[in-house]
Design a protein around this ligand. Structure first.
Ligand SMILES: Cc1cc2nc3c(=O)[nH]c(=O)nc-3n(C[C@H](O)[C@H](O)[C@H](O)COP(=O)(O)OP(=O)(O)OC[C@H]3O[C@@H](n4cnc5c(N)ncnc54)[C@H](O)[C@@H]3O)c2cc1C
Length: 394
């Protein structure tokens, strides 16, 4: 191991908080700066898959994931919109390891923050400026504060303030869909099976559910075509009756869930084209700041976890003078792999929302998709990051 680099992580979302955990576990000196007055997340679920769970375990968060998550088992299934079965959903990696969990997003942020040392997270710090020279990097905040570090990690989400310091501004791509999201408590669905991920795919829409918080809540997401007004608003409260109407002729099981919905939120679905660069000097991007993607593979946060493990593993092995080369090595390891996942999420969205009459083709693709998931989940970025760091030192 090399020096105790000083790292400033901008953004205290799932990506930034995990990166801080991974870096502290590897001996780096990290401070997280979050714009909001307090850490938090929306009332919705996130699907955590084995390619992230193995890193959460490595930094000592395995039991917290078991404690707060809901383990997803092999009864998971794809259905047609009328409820007829299509295929099982792959929920283990290529070795057969079952480590998919449904997680409440607020629980995820809380368990990531709980492991950090007191004083590691500075809330109320909105980054508004960045400068660097060959020795150091500096972030300026709206509250007048500034932070100097050997490395700055922009984990500040799809609208990243710092990304233009790496690459000229780009426009997010709208995909014509929106998602309704929310949670229903188990008491309102007492006999709903809380051990599986289920999706119904129909013409131009799909609906999915999975349990969170030890099976005490069911997370639902309904994907539907969006109107132009929604395109501009990004996220907003939704109307439960409109959501119910969107799926009213579908499998009555969906109706059972939606009858219990009192409150829902809707998100317009955006991503960006894969970026040609993530890094400039001592500044690099991580998570949605680097690779915002559509949610159709459930991988945005999982890929951010892989980013954090890769970056921590490389930075822990270099000293301050080698930071720019180390960040290039991180980018080289991550950028193309994540671009493939970004594009895969687009393809999967087109697949499940297929409007062509040929559902046999769609169903065959959903069956075949199991192999893709097995490989995605089996990937372990840590040994590759270690090898990349060793190559730097030679
Ligand atoms: C409908 C939907 C469903 C999804 N489902 C899944 C799923 O099942 N599994 C999955 O893996 N992913 C899923 N995702 C994607 C996932 O939510 C994101 O990829 C993930 O949250 C990105 O984390 P992040 O930390 O990079 O960014 P964010 O969560 O956006 O966090 C960025 C943080 O930076 C802060 N910030 C912003 N600007 C500044 C600034 N200037 N200064 C300081 N702080 C700042 C923000 O306040 C925020 O806390 C889904 C997304 C959507 C829309």
């Amino acid at each position: 191991m090399a020096s105790q680099l000083k790292v400033a992580v901008i953004g205290g979302g799932i990506g930034g908080l995990f990166a801080a955990n991974a870096m502290i576990a590897q001996g780096l000196n990290v401070t997280v700066y979050e714009q909001a007055p307090a850490l938090g997340e929306v009332g919705a679920g996130v699907y955590v898959t084995p390619n992230a769970v193995r890193h959460l375990q490595r930094v000592g968060l395995g039991s917290a994931v078991e404690q707060w998550g809901a383990r997803i088992g092999p009864a998971s299934h794809y259905y047609r919109h009328d409820g007829s079965p299509i295929a099982p959903v792959r929920v283990s990696d290529a070795s057969g390891w079952f480590a998919c969990f449904g997680m409440h997003r607020a629980d995820y942020v809380e368990l990531l923050a709980a492991r950090l040392p007191a004083g590691a997270v500075h809330t109320g710090h909105r980054a508004v400026g960045f400068e660097q020279n060959s020795n150091t990097a500096r972030v300026m905040f709206a509250n007048g504060a500034a932070a100097e570090a050997d490395v700055v990690v922009a984990a500040d989400g799809i609208h990243s303030e710092l990304r233009p310091h790496v690459f000229p501004p780009s426009t997010p791509v709208f995909h014509g869909n929106l998602s309704y999201r929310g949670l229903v408590s188990r008491e309102r669905l007492p006999d709903w099976p809380m051990d599986r991920w289920e999706m119904w795919a129909g013409p131009s829409k799909h609906f999915l559910v999975f349990p969170v918080r030890r099976g005490t809540m069911l997370n639902y997401v309904g994907f539907v075509p969006a109107d132009e007004a929604m395109k501009e608003s990004w996220s907003a409260p939704g109307d439960p009756d409109t959501l119910r109407r969107e799926f009213e002729d579908w499998d009555p099981r969906i109706g059972r869930v939606l009858r219990q919905v009192d409150k829902t939120f809707r998100w317009a679905l955006y991503d960006r084209e894969p970026l040609p660069a993530w890094t400039k000097g001592r500044l690099t991007l991580l998570g949605d700041a680097a690779h915002p993607m559509l949610p159709h593979l459930g991988q945005g946060a999982n890929q951010a976890i892989e980013d954090g493990m890769a970056l921590a593993t490389i930075l822990a092995r270099v000293d301050a003078t080698a930071v720019p080369a180390a960040l290039q090595a991180y980018e080289k390891l991550r950028r193309e792999r994540v671009a493939a996942v970004q594009l895969g999420a687009r393809q999967n969205g087109l697949r499940v929302d297929s409007i062509s009459g040929d559902l046999t083709q769609r169903d065959a693709e959903l069956v075949a998709h199991a192999d893709f998931r097995a490989r995605l989940y089996a990937y372990d970025v840590a040994p590759e990051a270690q090898a990349a760091a060793e190559a730097l030192l030679r």
